[in-house]
Write a protein that binds this ligand. Structure first.
Ligand SMILES: [Zn+2]
Length: 114
């Protein structure tokens, strides 16, 4: 279980589970935001604040809701549906507490080429 939040605290949440690695994608969006992503089933993400506190950014195919805080600008997670139809949350581990960032294995993903 990890606690997470944006910087100003307007959004806070908990994520069930553990991670040892995170996806680092080189696409134009992920690289600009510095996302380090951990994918979990949507039900493992529990918001403690209203979803409406977050704004949503869409691009490309609009397949993913990239949620971000309109006040402090942090982008704690994105919500989408995986290829097999399961609702998935992509957690930006940079917005989580209780782990050492240097211990997280970064798995490169070549999103730029897709
Ligand atoms: Zn915020």
């Amino acid at each position: 279980m990890h606690k997470g939040s944006c910087h100003c605290g307007k959004t806070s949440f908990e994520v069930d589970g553990e991670f040892t690695e995170a996806m680092e994608c080189n696409c134009s969006h992920c690289s600009r935001k510095g996302y380090l992503l951990w994918f979990v089933p949507r039900e493992q993400l529990k918001l403690e604040t209203p979803m409406k506190n977050l704004s949503i950014y869409h691009f490309n195919k609009h397949a993913i809701d990239h949620h971000f805080c309109p006040d402090c600008g942090c982008a704690p997670f994105g919500l989408g549906t995986s290829k097999d139809g399961k609702k998935t949350a992509a957690i930006n581990v940079r917005c989580l507490e209780g782990f050492e960032l240097a211990d997280v294995k970064r798995v490169p993903v070549d999103g730029r080429s897709y």
